[in-house]
Design a protein around this ligand. Structure first.
Ligand code: B16
Ligand code: MG
Length: 217
């Protein structure tokens, strides 16, 4: 039976993708290029370094290592200025209901995110103390679809991978959960996340009964 839950952050618990979009757009515009929502879509779940590499690739541009690092730092500074304004009303609909249910039933849950800002964001929305374990971009070397982030989370929760349920909004994240031998729940478009074991358009579609069912089987 499933014994623990692992949540991705951006796109599952909060919608920080909109802030990443604004910050990457500013970076691209400052370099003299356009940046679209469709491009931002392709950066979901992708690390900061890999995201900037992709953007430079789209712009057909190269930067020295020093300038690359400077641009990345500027982007993050800009991104954090939006994060700084976040409050607990930014938690996506339906998430708190499920977390509260897990807390009430003493079911352990962890965060498994690619973001190096995950701890800051969880504090802003007042969820930091609720997680039994937090694994983020500062803890892992291998990016999703490598299952490392979720495997470390399972280990920290002291639960076997096969007994974990992972909630993810990115294709790479769903693949990471599957490769890790966990049950994957996709949050988003079922055509895009078709590799997931179950898909919901958004978290508010998830009923407590579904969570209970996962715990039984
Ligand atoms: P940072 P997740 C990911 O978060 C975002 O989806 C992705 O767009 C971002 O580039 C990445 O975190 C790194 O974030 O710049 O804050 O370290 O979906 O894995 O929670
Ligand atoms: Mg995500």
């Amino acid at each position: 039976a499933h014994k623990a839950f692992i949540f991705d952050l951006d796109g599952v618990i909060v919608d920080t993708a909109k802030f990443h979009f604004l910050a990457w757009k500013k970076l691209a515009n400052d370099l003299g290029f356009d940046f679209t929502e469709a491009q931002n879509e392709q950066l979901k779940g992708v690390s900061r370094v890999e995201s900037l590499k992709k953007i430079l690739n789209w712009c057909n541009m190269e930067l020295t290592e020093e300038e690359f690092n400077r641009q990345m730092a500027l982007k993050n500074e800009n991104y954090l200025s939006y994060v700084d304004e976040m409050e607990d009303d930014e938690i996506l609909p339906g998430v708190s209901k499920v977390l509260d249910h897990l807390l009430e039933k003493n079911i352990p849950f962890a965060l498994g995110s690619a973001s190096k800002n995950a701890r800051t964001i969880l504090k802003k929305v007042d969820l930091y103390d609720k997680f039994d374990a937090i694994v983020d971009g500062t803890d892992v070397g291998k990016a999703k679809p490598d299952p490392e982030v979720f495997l470390i989370a399972a280990e920290k929760l002291n639960v076997e991978a096969k007994d974990c349920v992972v909630f993810e909004d990115s294709v790479a994240g769903v693949q990471a959960a599957n490769i890790g031998g966990m049950t994957s729940i996709g949050i988003g478009d079922k055509n895009v996340l078709h590799e997931a074991d179950h898909v919901f358009q958004d978290f508010s579609e998830i009923e407590i009964e579904f969570i209970e069912e996962l715990l039984r089987k």
